[in-house]
Each structure stands twice: as structure tokens, then as C-alpha cells.
Design a protein around this ligand. Sequence first.
Ligand SMILES: [Zn+2]
Length: 787
Amino acid sequence: MIDENEVASKLAILGLTDQKLNDVLKNKKLAFALASIVQESGAESALEDKSTASLLQSLGTATKDIPDTSVLAARSLVTDAVVTKKIKSNIQLEAAVAYIKLAGEKANSADLDIAAGVGQEVTPERIDEEVATYFAENSKSIAANRYKSVPSLMAGIKKLPGLKWAPPAEVKKAIDKELLEVLGPKDERDAPPKKTKKEKAAPDAAAVEEPKKARNMFTEGFLGDLHKPGGNPQIKPELMTGHLKATNGIVVTRFPPEPNGYLHIGHSKAIAVNFGYAKYHSGICYLRYDDTNPEAEEERYFTAILEIIKWLGFTPYKITYSSDHFQRLYDLGEELIRRDKGYVCFCTPEQVHENRGGDNGGARIPCKHRSTPIEQSLDEFRAMRDGKYNPGEATMRMKMDLEDPNPQMWDLVAYRVLNTPHHRTGDKWKVYPTYDFTHCLCDSFENISHSLCTTEFYLSRQSYEWLCDALEIYKPAQREYGRLNITGTIMSKRKIARLVKEGYVSDWDDPRLFTLVAIRRRGVPPEAILSFVNELGVTTTNSNIQVARFETSIRRYLEDHTPRLMLIPDPVLLILDNLPDDYVEEIALPYKPGSPELGEHNVPFTKRAYIDRSDFREQDSEDYFRLAPGKSVGLLKVPYTVRVTSFRKDESGKVTEIHAIYENDKKIKPKTYIQWVGESPAHNSPVRISEVRMFNRLFLSENPESNPDGFLADINPNSLELYKNAVIEVGFDDFRRKNVKEGGGPESMRFQALRVGYFCIDRETTEDNIILNRIVTLKEDAGKSSA
Ligand SMILES: [Zn+2]
């Protein structure tokens, strides 16, 4: 038994604050329990380790009310396990207390270890893995219920056997991370349900009620942390003075694509970062074609790149070409040699590889050409320029630092001989500069304040700075951010070329691809891409984003920015037998419910209308709410319901027409409304659509490249569904005329086909041959199930 006077001194060992100590002393039971625990622990002086002290306090709280002396006797086992750090978390402690309560005098250390999961700690990686797996297994319901699924997710994950001993706070952190990854930040869909009854059709209201704190990629994260113009140190102060004089201290960036292929979705981030950052800071951004490799360039790429930049809403301050600077670059090549920082090397690629340490990363050895006298190197460099050497016979290399651990410092090649004419300089040059030599120097010539590139260039930063300093010219600051990757697709030029060549897709702009020309043709609005990039933010880690998340962004944008029309992809005739043959009622349809400013238009409702085949069943059932024999259904905006009386089929068993009556009875409340298009030659209704192209995922998995049989084996056989007899309501014609008048391209005529999806007009459309592309489905699940 502990003497009451001893209690305070025992408690001191727990390192409580005075305030806490006072509180504990007021609670006699707790104070006594804690003092006993300290005694059990055998500790004589204050516990160094805060977490041990805190677990012992929890043990006191958990056992202070236990009257059973045999349990209290067993408590020393728990105390011991805490002090020896076998028990490390509250969750283990709870299990241990439960065990001694149950076992009483039979309690023993070995069983306690088992009961409390001693030695079964869960690493953070394991937690992430378990959580990710659980998400994947429940992806459908998570996508459907979004953040509302959090409580059930927590409960489900808590029960996973693999996470039994995981600290709940860590698990919560992993869940939050995964939610953000899968669903993106909370948005209007996650707002609490509205209570107002009167405004049923106003999905936008939630967003108005609770304005989101908008993310801004230019003031947060990587871009928010960048230096101000003038903040990048120089080897000589006058270099900065000259730079600021040239730029007036504004932000100067550049977007430097190689004109050897089409840009893809990943580049949209580079464009948004470089053009966007300059624009945000009222600076300028160059479009610089990095055309130093004459072998790969084609005119069509130059045009396509510029068009995409403009499409995304940016205007280059100036269009420049690395080849503009060929003379100046060459002169600096000579200057580098004169400064004894460059030499002409005649080693073969194999010798260079060996001298750089070979396959095994051995010692790095300077080749004999490295010590050639300056004058001789200069002569040889000029001989290279004058065509005295064949490709591969000589290179000009930078004399860097072979001792440096960074391979980018191992005497990189600055110039190589290429007897290829250049599309802008013709056959003037026999030598061409490398990326490593050209890039930083062109940045310097253009007085770039922030040279922003992706993290694969991280190691190049050192050589970039080395070269500017070696020549004592203005040194821009290269900074690297994480690339944007979309999973479930491929970006490699070579592989896309193969898809095109072998007919898996129609061309580089086939809407199933993720080149920017394809994304544009598919109808994705440029604003949706920019807001997607902005939402993701810019950091220094690469992001692998699922296509579904990209599509969610697109859908969110289209929801707010498209009119609604009634499209029937697979029509079947519905004949209302009790209406006169010449019956015509004009039904007013709003272009967008809840947005009267967008206006409305009339569609004819007549005896004969088209509905979609998928909205009819020959056999009714209780859980089916659309058309079936004997069933009443609403036609969107039509005053009364229709009820099916009979239907006809052709020899193949395909339903050819459905007969119904128009019910003229307000009391019948249909369970659902379906879209329809009336037949009325006087109204030019319906409008015939030659082809509706429903695009699904091109690949079956999230990582086509990992398919053991190659990426082609992962192709989704149903990536394109075609509907050749579709009809659409007459509002389409008005809308199309308006779009043409406003000068939009076909892909910019986007609309929501009610209950079907979002669509735009394909570029192959002609006056009487209309082709529609599905941009995205209305809901995420629909897209997945059809894949
Ligand atoms: Zn050499």
C-alpha cells in the first residue's frame, strides 16, 4: 500500500504539468492508481520518454475503478510491457487492459503479448497499402457516395485484420490522403443536402451557398515558393544588373517544346505552369521551339503546338527558335574552349562510357583529348564546323568535373557533327549543339527569370548552372516541378504511332487518346483542363492521376456550361394511338433548367415520337420504372403520361414500334421521365445524326504498359460504340447555327444530351452528315461499366 504522502512524489515521475498534477490529486482514485502504477514500474526518477508516461497515465485512467484485486495484481504485467516498450500505442493498451480484466489471476506475460499485438506493429506503408486496397475494392460505392461514404469507410477499414494494431490517427491520415487522390477536394456534390423544397431544379445553388476556398496554383506550393525576379544569385553582380535592366524586373518564362511530336495531357501542365505563372505575375512567356535536332522535326508539329497553346487560352510573347541562336551558340562554344573549359574529343561512345566508370560505376578517367592544348582544340572545333569530320568522329565536350558524383558533370557533349539539313538553317551547319549546351544558354539569351521544368531535369540543374558560370553570362534559375501523368493511357510517341499505324485508333487526334489534339477533338473544354491542373496544384512530386478524376473535372465544368438537348442514340418509334394524326403541341424546353437567361426553345409533340430502345422492356418488373406494357411513364416536359398498350417486332425479334395512349390525366404520377423526339416534317423534326460515337477507355487496365503481353493486349475491344440511326430534337439546329455564328469550332459546340451524356460535334461533320462525339458520360459509373 502506498502512503498518502508518497502519492505526490510518485506522480512527479510522470512529468505532469503543475495544472495537471493538481487536477489528478483532486481525483483520489486516479491519483492512487497512478501512484501504484509508478511503483509497479520501478521508476525512481522522472520518465524521459513522454509517450511512456502518457501510456502509463492512460493505464491509470483505465484501471482506477477496478475493484478486483486479482486484476489489479495483473496490471503490473501491463505496466511492465509499457515500460519495456512492448506496448507502444493506446490501442494496444486498451487490448491489454481488456485482457487482464478477463484473465484476472491467470494473466501471464506471454498471453498478454498476444492479446495486445506485441511485435505486430503496422508500418505506414502497410497502412497505405491496406487502405488503397480497400478503396479499390469499394471504388463503385465510394465514387457514388463520395465524401458521404467516409463513416462507413472508417468503420470498414477499422475492421481490417491487417490494420488491427495500426494507430487510428495514422489510418485516418491514410484514408484522407486516398480520398483526396480518388475524389479530389470536396466540392458542391459534397455539400450537405438542401432543405428547401421550392427550388428543386437548381443544382448550382449549393455552390452558391458555400463558396469554395478556391485553390490557386500560382500562390501556393511550388510556384508560390519561387523567388522574385532578381532573386537568383549570379557569379558577378553586374550580370543581375544587366538582366533586370533588360526585363524591367518582370517575370520572364518560356515553354520550350521539341517540335518532334504532338503535345499530350502532361504538357498541358507545363503550358499552364509557364504561361500561367507569367500571366499571373503580369510577365511574359516565350514559346521557344527547341529545334536543335534536325532529324526529328516536322512542320506539322510546329503548327499543332502553337494551335494548342492558343486553344488553352495563352498567347506567346514571342515565338523563338533555338536555331535562331546557332551562330551565337557556336561562338560561345569557341569561347568555352578558349577558357579551357571545352575540348574536342575523338573517343568512341564505348570509350566515353568506359571512361565514365563503365557499367559497374568504376573510377572516372579523363581521356587523352581532355588535355589537348587550347589552340589545337579550337582548330579541331572549327574543323568540325567546316565539315572535316563525319558524324560520330568528333564531339566537342565541356570540361566539367569528373570527380563530381553527378553524371551531369562528367564532361557532357556540347556539339556533335550531323550532316543533316535543318528546316530553318538549311545546310549551313554541319555541327549542332546538344540540349545540355543549348537550353541554359538560350534561357540566358532571353533573360528568363524562372526556367521551370519537370523533375527529370533535376540533375541537369548543376550542369545548367555550371555552363552559365563558366561563360560568365546571366544565369537563369532552373526549378523543377512534378510531372502530370494520367493512368490508364499511354503517352509514348512511338507507341501512339503504332496504335495509329495498326489501326487501333483513327489518327493522332482520335478522341480515345490523350494527346491534346485528341482531347480537343473529343470536346473537352480548355477551361476544364486548366482548372483540373489548378486543382491538382503544383508540387515537386509527380502525380499519377486516374482518368476518372480528370473526367470528374470535365463533367463538373460541363454541368455548369452546357445547354440540355434531347438525343435518342438508338431510336424506336412510339405511336400514341389516341391522338389525331395531325396533332401538334409545341412544348417549351429550357436550354438549362434553373438558368432562364439561357432561354428556351420549342419542340413539337405529335402522335409519333422516338424514344430510346434502352427505355423499353417487353416484360415489366417491379423495380423497373421506364416503358413496358401496361406501364405509365412521363415524357420530359410533356403534360401527361403515356401508357404502353402493345408493341411490334420484326422477324429478328427486334422491337420496331411501340403503341401507347396519351393519358390526359393529371393524377397519374409517373415514377420517371424519359427523353423523346417528336416526328413533325413541318418542324424538320427529328434531326438525323449520321453517327454517334461513344468513346470508352482505350485500355482495360490502369497501367497498359505493365501487361505481360505488351500494351496492345490491354486494349479494350469496346472502346468505341457507334450509333448510326440516332435522332435529336430541333433545338440542336438553332444551337448549331448560333455556335457557327459565334465562330466556334465544331468541338466547342458542347451540350448535355439529357440522360445520355455530354457531347460535341466531331470535326468530320459536314452540312448533312452530322457526327457527335461523347465527351464524358453523365456519371462516372456508366463509363466504367461499359468499358
Ligand atoms: Zn576523348
